[in-house]
Design a protein around this ligand. Structure first.
Ligand code: HEC
Length: 300
């Protein structure tokens, strides 16, 4: 008797719990956002090879693609946070149909003019999400660490994030490809963006993977054919490292430069990167091909 009563109560409590939990989980999503005056003007422009394809408001995106709450390790805030977001591939499908999948590169433009780009292949092989709000706090912001101080940064209208709690590679590649204050997306050719660093047409898959890895791990410090950062030396002029050094030396250098030259300012390739040896192979395959394309594919 007492048992069945408890059981019944337990059942009612469970239903109440579900109503509460569902209410709490769902309410901050769609309806509240669509009427939020701050984000009412949020619009994302989509184009292909610089030609406008569509402009989508937050409200129309909410009608087209069902959003979800996603927990990610936020690389700027340096902890796990939760966003309201759409699966990015589904947004692209809705705007471009499936045709974006055979393009090379996604170019993002942010409010301040910052223009990062990521290979389409990265979106196809990992889970990207287009975030439009925080699901775990009021305000679409993060606390970003800049020179030892935390600053509150507005993320809207849109923020591209990546599932990186289960995807160790994305986690270890930190903030690569996380543009916030995103206002437009363009589908471009890789050589429009990197005319000299892009491998020649028809390059095999490992070379393309090496190019992608080079952009994540090396090009912020090194130029290749004149494109890239300038903390380290240019890597394809006058000679390529693959012509100057044997592969074992280069592998050891990339994996642990401090063991060869203790004073070096070059950091080791992230030791926690999964499939690190394969990434080094791919970067070397890329450097070998580029050694034969010294001024880039548009060489005269
Ligand atoms: C944080 C900046 C930084 C990053 C990232 C970086 N390097 Fe370097 N690299 C340097 C600097 C600085 C040097 C100059 C040598 C020194 O300081 O010892 C250098 C030197 C080199 C050299 C010349 C070594 C020699 O003496 O022959 C090669 C090859 C090289 N880097 C390849 C790479 C590759 C490949 C990557 C990506 C996996 C990479 N670097 C990432 C800063 C960087």
């Amino acid at each position: 008797m007492a048992r069945s009563q408890r059981g019944e109560r337990g059942g009612r409590v469970a239903v109440l719990w579900c109503v509460l939990a569902c209410g709490v989980l769902l309410l901050p999503l769609a309806p509240a956002q669509a009427t939020d005056p701050k984000s009412a003007g949020a619009v994302l422009a989509f184009s292909r090879h610089s030609e406008s394809v569509a402009r989508r408001s937050l409200a129309s995106l909410l009608e087209t693609v069902p959003p979800a709450s996603v927990r990610v390790y936020e690389p700027y805030e340096d902890r796990v946070v939760e966003f309201s977001a759409w699966p990015f591939a589904r947004v692209l499908d809705a705007v471009y149909s499936k045709s974006w999948r055979s393009e090379e590169e996604l170019l993002f433009t942010c409010i301040d003019g910052y223009q990062p780009s990521v290979p389409v292949a990265r979106v196809l092989s990992h889970s990207a999400w287009l975030a439009f709000d925080r699901a775990d706090q009021p305000g679409f912001t993060i606390r970003k660490q800049e020179s030892g101080e935390f600053k509150r940064v507005e993320l809207g209208p849109f923020y591209l994030i990546w599932e990186n709690l289960k995807d160790e590679q994305m986690r270890q590649e930190a903030d690569y490809g996380w543009p916030y204050q995103l206002v437009s997306i363009d589908l471009i050719r890789s050589r429009d963006r990197f005319p000299k660093m892009t491998p020649p047409p028809g390059a095999p898959a490992d070379v393309l993977a090496g190019f992608a890895a080079f952009r994540v791990h090396c090009s912020k410090c090194h130029k290749l054919n004149g494109e890239g950062g300038s903390i380290g030396p240019e890597l394809n002029a006058a000679a390529s490292p693959v012509e100057l050094r044997d592969p074992q030396w280069l592998r050891a250098w990339i994996e642990e430069p401090g063991r060869i030259r203790p004073e070096t300012r070059m950091p080791p390739l992230n030791p926690a990167l999964p499939e690190r040896a394969r990434t080094v192979d791919e970067i070397l395959a890329y450097l070998r091909v580029m050694a034969t394309a010294r001024s880039g594919p548009e060489a005269r």
